[in-house]
Design a protein around this ligand. Structure first.
Ligand code: PMP
Length: 402
């Protein structure tokens, strides 16, 4: 018997498994719509010009790489706060009052994990609610942090939309202290977001029931714009929600997936509370990976703090957002032109990188095996991987399987 003889083989990550299958497929017309990555119209992962310019600046003034503080680069944390809270009066007031504790994190995932570990110490008996469905890692991450994870209603498959009444009812039924993970914008995987007035209703329930909101903002700028997508934060503050969590990711908005650039911000009731919370977040970080890496956060801070680069970033991000919207429109239009009777107009009402296409598992399997079009069995396709060269093939394939 060796030490590891009883270790079970864990199931493959379904999306990575899909990638392996895609790579092994000899079909020259194959298209990978399974991944959660933005590609440009040439099908390439972009290197943003603002990132390249910031990296050049950093190389020209190259500095030694000492350890960062546990909570990361101060200028970066401040830039994150500016982006998330700084564009509206209630957010500026919360920042000025010192009520927001922000730490650099290893991507959005790292922000969620630091928050989850902190919450587990704070309230070990709490439950976590995630949307049905949600990004798969939400469940795994909070389960691994030691929480029971359940769902609140969200997607309405029959009506190709949201079950908002069900969502509200599930939140209303949750025990005080329950942690509620919410997608701030561009819901992954469905692409359906609730409206601002629906947010107001959700916020009222969260507040009345004493629930703990944990906003996952992985796609700020991919929906309607940086400020527009961040407006939900303003709504939380305007409603007087004293304490909530925001995980930020720059993986998509800066196309810096591999650099692991993200953050966690915790809004607190007072400056004193924020200082104590920050001290605990730092212990969580210290005992996991000690302190974060330098490069990605340095790049993002440089871009956000240099007016010309910031303007360039906003343009480039708008370019990604607009291209995704064009692909949504083109996909819906071309399906009609291909004679597909089923209504796919909902694709243009979804936001962000993903679309729940409404296609079932058998149809997704046929798309893969017969046409080399790879999406997730749930019907999720990455609209940000469509381009003017592959879209006709995708449309022709969908037209054959519906
Ligand atoms: N939350 C959601 C909803 C996501 O879709 C993702 C990325 N797929 C993340 C968090 C994690 O982002 P990161 O890669 O920055 O850890």
């Amino acid at each position: 018997m060796s030490l590891f003889s009883a270790v079970e083989l864990a199931p493959r990550d379904p999306i990575l498994g899909l990638n392996e299958q895609f790579n092994a497929d000899p079909n020259p017309a194959k298209v990978n719509l399974g991944v959660g990555v933005y590609f440009d119209d040439a099908g390439k992962l972009p290197l943003l010009a603002c990132v390249k310019a910031a990296e050049q600046q950093l190389t020209d003034a190259a500095k030694p790489r000492g350890y960062l503080p546990i909570d990361g680069i101060a200028a970066y944390d401040k830039a994150v706060q500016g982006l998330v809270f700084g564009s509206f009066a209630d957010g500026q007031a919360a920042l000025a009052a010192g009520r927001v504790a922000t730490v650099q994190a290893l991507g959005g995932t790292g922000g969620l994990k630091v928050g989850a570990d902190f919450l587990k110490k704070l309230n070990p008996g709490a439950k976590v609610l995630i949307s049905d469905p949600s990004w798969e890692n939400h469940r795994a991450l909070f389960t691994n942090a030691g929480f029971p994870v359940e769902t609140y209603a969200y997607y309405d498959a029959a009506n190709r939309g949201l079950n908002f009444a069900g969502m509200l009812a599930d939140l209303q039924a949750a025990a005080a202290g329950t942690i509620v993970v919410l997608h701030a914008c561009c819901h992954n995987p469905t692409g359906y977001d609730i409206t601002p007035s629906q947010w107001d209703e959700v916020i009222a329930v969260l507040k009345a029931r004493g629930l703990v909101p944990f906003l996952d903002m992985a796609y700020q700028g991919f929906g309607d714009g940086i400020a527009e997508d961040g407006a939900v934060i303003r709504q939380f503050l305007a409603a007087g929600v004293e304490s909530f969590f925001v995980a930020t990711s720059f993986s998509k908005s800066f196309s810096l997936y591999g650099e692991r650039v993200g953050a966690l911000s915790v809004v607190c009731a007072s400056k004193d509370e924020a200082a104590r919370v920050l001290s605990q977040l730092k212990i969580t970080i210290r005992t996991n990976y000690s302190n974060p890496p330098t490069h990605g956060a340095q790049v993002v801070a440089t871009v956000l703090d240099t007016p010309a680069l910031r303007a360039q970033w906003e343009d480039e991000l708008a370019g990604m957002r607009v291209r995704i919207k064009q692909m949504r429109q083109l996909l819906a239009d071309k399906l009609v032109a291909a004679g597909v009777k089923q209504d796919f107009s909902f694709i243009t009402r979804q936001r962000g990188m993903f679309s729940y296409s409404g296609l079932n598992k058998a149809q997704m399997e046929r798309l893969r095996s017969e046409f080399g079009v790879y999406g997730v069995d749930s019907g999720r396709i990455c609209v940000a991987a469509l381009n003017t060269r592959n879209i006709d093939g995708v449309v022709a394939a969908i037209a054959k399987v519906v």
